[in-house]
Design a protein around this ligand. Sequence first.
Ligand SMILES: *[C@@H]1O[C@H](CO)[C@@H](O)[C@H](O)[C@H]1NC(C)=O
Ligand SMILES: *[C@@H]1O[C@H](CO)[C@@H](O)[C@H](O)[C@H]1NC(C)=O
Length: 803
Amino acid sequence: MHFCSVLASLVICMCEQECRVVSYISIAGFQVDRVDLKAETLLEVPGYSNPVQFGVLTSFAYPLEEGLGEIIVATTRIETMLGDTAIAVHSQDERYKHLHGKYAVHPFNGRKLEIICADDLVKATFGTGAVKITPAHDSKDFKVGKQHNLDFINIFTDDGNINENGGPQFEGMPRFTARAAVIDALKEKGLYRGMENNDMELGRCSRTNDIVEPMIKPQWFVNCNTMAKAALDAVKSKEIEIIPPQYEQDWYRWLENIRDWCISRQLWWGHRVPAWYVTLEDDKEKDMGSYIDHWIIARNKSDAVLEAKQRYPKKKYQLDQDPDVLDTWFSAGLFPLTVLGWPDNTADLSTFYPTSVLETGLDILFFWVARMVMMGMLLHGDVPFRKIYLHPIIRDAHGRKMSKSLGNVIDPIDVINGITLEGLQKKLEHGNLDQGELEKAKEGQKKDFPDGIPECGTDALRFALISYTSQSDKINLDIKRVHGYRQWCNKLWNAIRFAMVKLGDQYTPPATLAVHSMPPICKWILSVLSKAVGKTVSSLEAYKFSDATSSIYFWWQYQLCDVFIEAIKPYFNGSQEFESARCASRDTLWACLDTGLRLLHPLMPYITEELWQRLPQPKEACRKDSIMISEYPSAVQEWANDEVENEMEIVLDAVSKLRSLLPPTDIHLRRPCFVLCRNLEVAATVGCYQAQIATLASVSSLEILTEDDPTPPDCATNIVNKDLAVYLQLRRALNTEAEHEKLRKKREEVQKQYDTLSQKMSASGYREKAPQSKQDDDMKKLATLLEELEIISEAESKLDAKN
Ligand SMILES: *[C@@H]1O[C@H](CO)[C@@H](O)[C@H](O)[C@H]1NC(C)=O
Ligand SMILES: *[C@@H]1O[C@H](CO)[C@@H](O)[C@H](O)[C@H]1NC(C)=O
């Protein structure tokens, strides 16, 4: 650890309404809001009753010694001229070549300001080509000051007033009052040269809105070279894995260019800096830090005392700990160690360190994650975690950063519990926005949430956020999507309610499922469930959480609720003939709900626990503790059934084609339907699923036709594939025109595909270059399209024949 002076930023903080508490902290760049000003702008500044002028460039002349005339400089912060210690020009600027190494004289204190060359800083074409240098209050000037060994004169007190270095004329003035006073004083001396609008950027503290002022403050630093190298190697050697891997580059870039870490912060609380200052009885300067070599760095006070005794054996002294505290990130960097009891050698520490996964926002990869890795490796000899999962940053639905003044910040509690627009606006009023910002923020809320935020619950919010994680590095949070998942939670309730009725009070789940003897619909839902489980587990293992949400949602919604639960309803009509199908459906339904809830549990913990507790339990599990400690599902090989899945694909396609034939005006009226099968295999499949198709398509009856059968009259038709067409008897509701139009559109679509494909196949080089298997596929596809075209023509002529 070493001690040196650097430029820190100064911020004046306002606390409470009446009492003005002033404090200074060194603030990081991300706590500063950059404001662009295009021209003169008057801004409210905390602590000033009148607005302060910004966005102007003020010019004034410094007189030169030896009667050389004057040199004109310009600045946006005229008050800082009180701390100027040099004037910089470009070395090649002909106007000033004769002045290199000469001096200007400060009009208020007579200080000599050397004319120096700083080609990095000065552009000969900008302004007068001469730049005033204030090393103690500007970061660029600070560098120049170091290079040219200039004086660093601090002109501000910690309260933001001018101190004694500013001279008796200005001492004690608030900095922006001095802004006007300096101009007046320059005018009096005839040195003021004017003011013009200036395009500039202003830094404001994001918490207090005060204007940030660079100041020099002594700080403690840590040399990170060794630690950074270790942390860099840990990722390179895969001791630590960063997910998603594209952020590895950021890790390397930062650690390869590591700089000394400023670890002290002028904050109110924190870990105290472990540095003690020795004030000797015969020291001339008694202020803490006056002599840099009087500092002692130690683990604790007793160690510091021992060290002091050794260093100053015969002297009288006083020992004081630096009141400053460590950077929050320094303390946070110790987190993986301290939560396990470090520095004590606890059982937890030896058992759980290193931990497995750290999950955090990608914006603090350096601030926090890298610090934990560096400190864990240095202080405990090993990485703190094996994997780092970085999640995106949440923004509003329009992709804007959430900011208080825009009023687009969403409190998760408001999403969970719901809130009215009035409630949202009231919250703003209790914040610390000024009047202008408040109005703007209220406007924003009114636009985004005209009806407030509906109650979404914890589960829906969690599920939505997880499902969003596939969106690059930003999440544009749309409450509508969260609310959609809330409605989905209701559907889960309904599914369980349905199941409880169908299972009955006496139901006991079997130890194993007799899949082989089950109806195809049961085989199908179990097969797709096993697939969904496999996909979910592999997605979770690969940290693709969004994929896990979609495979679970897809299965629950589109396969279990929309298809299976609907398709088994007829089995429960009390008929004796369905007894075995009913039994199989019950067992399958139970297995689906039990597995489905366990699968969903980590993504929706509350509702799944509640519903799972209501499900009947198998005999051997006498106690049902919690879904939290139940086994997580894994794919069941015996359930996989590609044949049934392929059949169901055709069945569901036929169902959706039939449903699309329903006239929108009376969708609930059940009508007879016909399925034309052009080969025996397809006819057999459709035969197997006849009842399911009828139920899912909401038709009154289903008849299977072959090519030899006459076309049923008054039907709307739809082609499923070349072997399968569906007919729905609409009778008077049949709109021949519309049917023609539909067929025409379908023919156009197929014709277009046919044309594109045949063009591709007849293109030069196709026969020579395309692989044989591809050519065979294309050939088959072409034949299929041709058949479809024939079927369409057939359907069209039949439609005509009837008129
Ligand atoms: C101070 O730290 C040293 C290790 O450097 C340790 O041996 C000693 O016990 C500590 N003293 C106190 C009072 O904690
Ligand atoms: C149940 O449905 C089947 C098939 O639709 C039907 O044959 C049977 O008559 C129905 N039974 C009762 C009791 O409704």
